[in-house]
Design a protein around this ligand. Structure first.
Ligand code: PMP
Length: 404
């Protein structure tokens, strides 16, 4: 499937030792490590190309513009969008969702209208909606989950009223690993004439994405979680929707003509890209995506699925283990607690053994309330992780259990 031994050589950081122990990096849900080609692309662009993009007549500006716009095309192809007009560069998933929440509510929502979210959303798919809800008197409705961490689709259907204007849900939960049936969720919403935003922060790095096949209206993801640099992300939007929405921020790039009497806005996608874009980041993100495409997203998905199954089996064998998120369709994220060991103690002690995991509420406090806990330990996997690393995690947990 994948030659993981060779792949690991592309990620220099994986050779680090921490506290004299080989690093076992299992915090990929928070951010992924970068292959050498991505870091080289950044260095190379700053050394050999750097110039501000668009409207530049000189050689370097044209070259930088070419790389930036080629990156848009690489991303378009990666998620199977129809046109590069539908690919908006943002700072990340958070900014992409804020953009939609702000622009959509401004133009398409009135007091008393409703948005549907789910109880497993990351704060970045809750708070932007709350902010506009408070401003405009919009109601937020929440899709409940079962104890396995799966969305209750029958309950979801019942949330629709004639005031429902948009649905915004995560594709994959960053806590439970649940892969939501987004195609069905979108079809149901469309039956009510309601558009859907998919938070793809935890799906785009792991699952082949086809926005046309999903038929989602908006799709958001972050560069840094998909082996690219920090500070760049993507908002996909159907052209018909992006056309209808007002601009998000004002400034250079997003205008056609400006006078003190009247300003006209630029065409898509530039209408949503005020100011100098992160053109080095966009190119490096495209290099990351080319790297993934060369490995094959199907291969990545298959390998990570089998690694997740293996990890689930290893961890479930440990006495006192409680795993949060046992959905039938589950991907690359395992949240757990052991006995009455506090998640922070577990995370800190695992770190001393060289194992990087995340602890806490994972920016999903409403989900923690639903689960009746304050936080979990979370191991989140990548295609560069190995069964040996999972074994290290399992034996470290067993060791810590004895200590307590
Ligand atoms: N949604 C989900 C499901 C996430 O896991 C994250 C990051 N943890 C975000 C949104 C926010 O992503 P970013 O911080 O890159 O904007």
């Amino acid at each position: 499937m994948l030659n993981v031994e060779n792949i690991r050589k592309d990620f220099p950081i994986l050779n680090l030792s921490v506290y004299g122990k080989p690093l076992v990096y299992l915090d990929n849900g928070a951010t992924t490590q970068k292959p050498r080609v991505v870091v080289d692309a950044i260095t190379n662009e700053y050394y050999n190309v750097n110039a501000n993009v668009h409207r530049g007549v000189h050689f370097l500006s044209q070259k930088a513009t070419e790389l930036h716009e080629q990156a848009r095309e690489t991303i378009r192809a990666f998620i199977h969008a129809k046109s590069t007009s539908e690919i908006v560069f943002t700072r990340g998933t958070t900014e992409s969702i804020n953009l939609v929440a702000s622009c959509f509510s401004e133009s398409c929502m009135k007091e008393g209208d409703e948005v549907i979210l789910s109880s497993m959303e990351h704060h970045s798919n809750i708070v932007p909606w709350q902010m506009v809800a408070n401003r405009k008197g919009i109601r937020i409705k929440v899709i409940p989950i079962n104890d396995q961490g799966e969305l209750l689709v029958e309950d979801y259907k019942k949330l629709f009223t004639e005031r429902t204007r948009i649905v915004s849900v995560t594709h994959v939960s960053n806590v439970l690993g649940t892969v939501n049936p987004v195609k069905e969720i979108i079809r149901i919403a469309h039956d009510h004439g309601v558009p859907v935003l998919i938070d793809g922060a935890q799906s785009a790095p792991h699952i082949p994405i086809d926005v046309e096949e999903l038929d989602c209206d908006f799709f958001a993801f972050s560069g840094h979680k998909i082996y690219g640099p920090t500070g760049i992300g993507v908002l996909y939007g159907k052209e018909s929707w992006l056309d209808r929405l007002p601009p998000y921020q004002g400034g250079g790039e997003m205008i056609q003509h400006v006078s003190f009497e009247k300003t006209t806005y630029n065409e898509l996608p530039y209408k949503f890209e005020a100011g100098t874009p992160d053109y080095v980041g966009s190119h490096a993100l495209a290099v990351a995506i080319d790297y993934l495409s060369a490995l094959g997203m199907e291969n990545i998905h298959e390998y990570e699925r089998s690694l997740t199954d293996y990890a689930m089996k290893q961890l479930q064998q440990i006495e006192g283990m409680r795993i949060y998120g046992t959905a039938k369709d589950k991907d690359a994220v395992i949240s757990f607690l052991l006995g009455d060991i506090h998640h922070l103690d577990m995370g800190t002690l695992l770190d001393r053994l060289g194992i990087a995991v995340r602890t806490g509420h994972h920016c999903a406090e409403p989900l923690m309330h639903r689960l009746g806990i304050e936080g979990t330990v979370r191991a989140s996997l990548s295609f560069y992780n190995t069964r040996e690393e999972i074994d290290s995690l399992a034996s470290a947990i067993k060791r810590l259990k004895q200590m307590f």
